[in-house]
Design a binder for this molecule. Structure first.
Ligand code: DQA
Length: 148
Protein backbone atom coordinates (compact mmCIF):
# COMPACT_ATOMS: atom_id res chain seq x y z
CA UNK A 1 0.00 0.00 0.00
CA UNK A 2 1.35 3.46 -0.90
CA UNK A 3 2.14 5.90 1.88
CA UNK A 4 0.79 8.80 -0.16
CA UNK A 5 -1.83 11.09 1.39
CA UNK A 6 -3.69 13.88 -0.40
CA UNK A 7 -4.31 17.04 1.66
CA UNK A 8 -7.06 19.03 -0.06
CA UNK A 9 -8.26 22.52 0.78
CA UNK A 10 -11.38 24.28 -0.45
CA UNK A 11 -12.38 27.84 -1.24
CA UNK A 12 -10.92 30.90 0.44
CA UNK A 13 -8.28 28.90 2.29
CA UNK A 14 -5.69 30.56 0.04
CA UNK A 15 -6.42 33.62 2.21
CA UNK A 16 -5.59 31.82 5.45
CA UNK A 17 -3.67 34.10 7.81
CA UNK A 18 -5.27 37.23 6.35
CA UNK A 19 -8.93 36.23 6.36
CA UNK A 20 -10.84 36.59 9.67
CA UNK A 21 -7.74 35.83 11.80
CA UNK A 22 -9.85 35.95 14.98
CA UNK A 23 -11.55 32.79 13.65
CA UNK A 24 -8.87 31.06 11.56
CA UNK A 25 -5.65 32.33 13.16
CA UNK A 26 -2.51 33.86 11.64
CA UNK A 27 -0.91 30.79 10.04
CA UNK A 28 -0.93 30.97 6.25
CA UNK A 29 -1.72 27.99 4.03
CA UNK A 30 2.01 27.85 3.20
CA UNK A 31 2.67 27.50 6.96
CA UNK A 32 0.12 24.67 7.12
CA UNK A 33 1.76 22.94 4.15
CA UNK A 34 5.18 23.24 5.85
CA UNK A 35 3.77 21.83 9.11
CA UNK A 36 2.22 18.93 7.18
CA UNK A 37 5.45 18.20 5.28
CA UNK A 38 7.45 18.21 8.50
CA UNK A 39 4.98 15.89 10.28
CA UNK A 40 4.66 13.62 7.23
CA UNK A 41 8.47 13.32 7.01
CA UNK A 42 8.61 12.02 10.56
CA UNK A 43 5.81 9.55 9.84
CA UNK A 44 7.33 8.27 6.60
CA UNK A 45 4.45 9.60 4.54
CA UNK A 46 4.41 11.45 1.20
CA UNK A 47 1.83 14.16 0.71
CA UNK A 48 0.24 16.02 -2.18
CA UNK A 49 -1.00 19.37 -0.88
CA UNK A 50 -3.58 21.31 -2.94
CA UNK A 51 -6.00 24.22 -2.58
CA UNK A 52 -8.65 25.41 -4.99
CA UNK A 53 -11.56 27.80 -5.08
CA UNK A 54 -13.13 25.63 -7.83
CA UNK A 55 -15.30 22.64 -6.90
CA UNK A 56 -14.37 20.66 -10.04
CA UNK A 57 -10.63 20.83 -9.25
CA UNK A 58 -11.21 19.31 -5.82
CA UNK A 59 -13.31 16.56 -7.43
CA UNK A 60 -10.56 15.88 -9.99
CA UNK A 61 -7.94 15.57 -7.20
CA UNK A 62 -10.19 13.09 -5.36
CA UNK A 63 -10.43 11.07 -8.60
CA UNK A 64 -6.63 11.18 -8.91
CA UNK A 65 -6.32 10.03 -5.28
CA UNK A 66 -8.45 6.96 -6.18
CA UNK A 67 -5.58 5.73 -8.33
CA UNK A 68 -2.63 6.62 -6.11
CA UNK A 69 -3.38 7.56 -2.50
CA UNK A 70 -3.97 5.65 0.72
CA UNK A 71 -5.95 8.41 2.38
CA UNK A 72 -7.36 11.91 2.04
CA UNK A 73 -7.35 14.79 4.50
CA UNK A 74 -9.83 17.39 3.32
CA UNK A 75 -10.87 20.80 4.55
CA UNK A 76 -13.70 21.39 2.09
CA UNK A 77 -14.31 24.86 3.61
CA UNK A 78 -17.72 26.22 2.50
CA UNK A 79 -18.19 23.27 0.12
CA UNK A 80 -18.64 21.11 3.25
CA UNK A 81 -22.06 22.63 3.68
CA UNK A 82 -23.17 22.62 0.03
CA UNK A 83 -21.46 20.04 -2.14
CA UNK A 84 -23.13 16.74 -2.92
CA UNK A 85 -20.64 16.48 -5.81
CA UNK A 86 -17.62 16.38 -3.46
CA UNK A 87 -19.48 13.87 -1.25
CA UNK A 88 -20.12 11.66 -4.30
CA UNK A 89 -16.45 11.83 -5.29
CA UNK A 90 -15.37 10.87 -1.75
CA UNK A 91 -17.87 8.01 -1.76
CA UNK A 92 -16.00 6.67 -4.81
CA UNK A 93 -12.71 6.72 -2.84
CA UNK A 94 -12.18 3.48 -0.93
CA UNK A 95 -9.50 4.54 1.58
CA UNK A 96 -9.81 6.56 4.83
CA UNK A 97 -10.98 10.16 4.72
CA UNK A 98 -10.42 12.66 7.53
CA UNK A 99 -12.31 15.97 7.42
CA UNK A 100 -10.61 18.95 9.03
CA UNK A 101 -12.05 22.31 10.01
CA UNK A 102 -9.79 24.91 11.56
CA UNK A 103 -12.69 26.45 13.49
CA UNK A 104 -15.28 24.59 15.53
CA UNK A 105 -18.12 24.67 13.00
CA UNK A 106 -20.60 23.54 15.68
CA UNK A 107 -19.98 26.67 17.72
CA UNK A 108 -20.72 28.91 14.73
CA UNK A 109 -23.74 29.77 12.56
CA UNK A 110 -26.39 27.03 12.18
CA UNK A 111 -25.71 26.68 8.42
CA UNK A 112 -22.19 25.44 9.25
CA UNK A 113 -23.44 22.67 11.55
CA UNK A 114 -24.23 20.29 8.68
CA UNK A 115 -21.45 18.94 6.50
CA UNK A 116 -22.17 16.59 3.58
CA UNK A 117 -18.56 15.43 3.81
CA UNK A 118 -19.05 14.33 7.44
CA UNK A 119 -21.54 11.70 6.24
CA UNK A 120 -18.58 10.02 4.48
CA UNK A 121 -15.58 10.97 6.64
CA UNK A 122 -14.05 8.32 8.88
CA UNK A 123 -13.08 11.05 11.32
CA UNK A 124 -13.71 14.76 11.77
CA UNK A 125 -11.42 17.28 13.47
CA UNK A 126 -12.86 20.72 14.17
CA UNK A 127 -11.73 23.59 16.35
CA UNK A 128 -8.08 22.58 16.79
CA UNK A 129 -6.84 25.43 14.61
CA UNK A 130 -4.31 24.52 11.95
CA UNK A 131 -2.98 21.79 14.27
CA UNK A 132 -5.95 19.72 13.06
CA UNK A 133 -4.07 18.90 9.85
CA UNK A 134 -1.07 17.31 11.58
CA UNK A 135 -3.38 15.46 13.98
CA UNK A 136 -5.20 14.06 10.94
CA UNK A 137 -1.87 12.96 9.43
CA UNK A 138 -0.98 11.12 12.63
CA UNK A 139 -4.32 9.33 12.58
CA UNK A 140 -3.88 8.27 8.94
CA UNK A 141 -0.34 7.04 9.68
CA UNK A 142 -1.74 4.92 12.50
CA UNK A 143 -4.41 3.47 10.18
CA UNK A 144 -1.78 2.76 7.49
CA UNK A 145 0.48 1.02 10.02
CA UNK A 146 -2.45 -1.10 11.22
CA UNK A 147 -3.26 -2.12 7.63
CA UNK A 148 0.25 -3.37 6.80
C1 DQA B 1 -13.84 25.99 7.62
C2 DQA B 1 -15.24 26.21 8.19
C3 DQA B 1 -16.23 26.48 7.07
O1 DQA B 1 -17.54 26.66 7.59
C4 DQA B 1 -15.84 27.73 6.31
O2 DQA B 1 -16.71 27.94 5.22
C5 DQA B 1 -14.42 27.74 5.88
C6 DQA B 1 -13.39 27.15 6.74
C7 DQA B 1 -12.78 25.82 8.75
O3 DQA B 1 -11.69 25.37 8.42
O4 DQA B 1 -13.05 26.15 9.90
O5 DQA B 1 -14.07 28.31 4.85
O6 DQA B 1 -13.84 24.79 6.86
Amino acid sequence: MSRLIFVLNGPNLNLLGKRQPHIYGRDTLADVEAQCRSEAGGLGIDIRFHQSNREYEIIDWIHEARETASGIIINPAAFSHTSVAILDALNAFDQPVIEVHISNIHKREAFRHHSYVSTRADGVIAGFGTQGYTLALRRLARLLDAAT
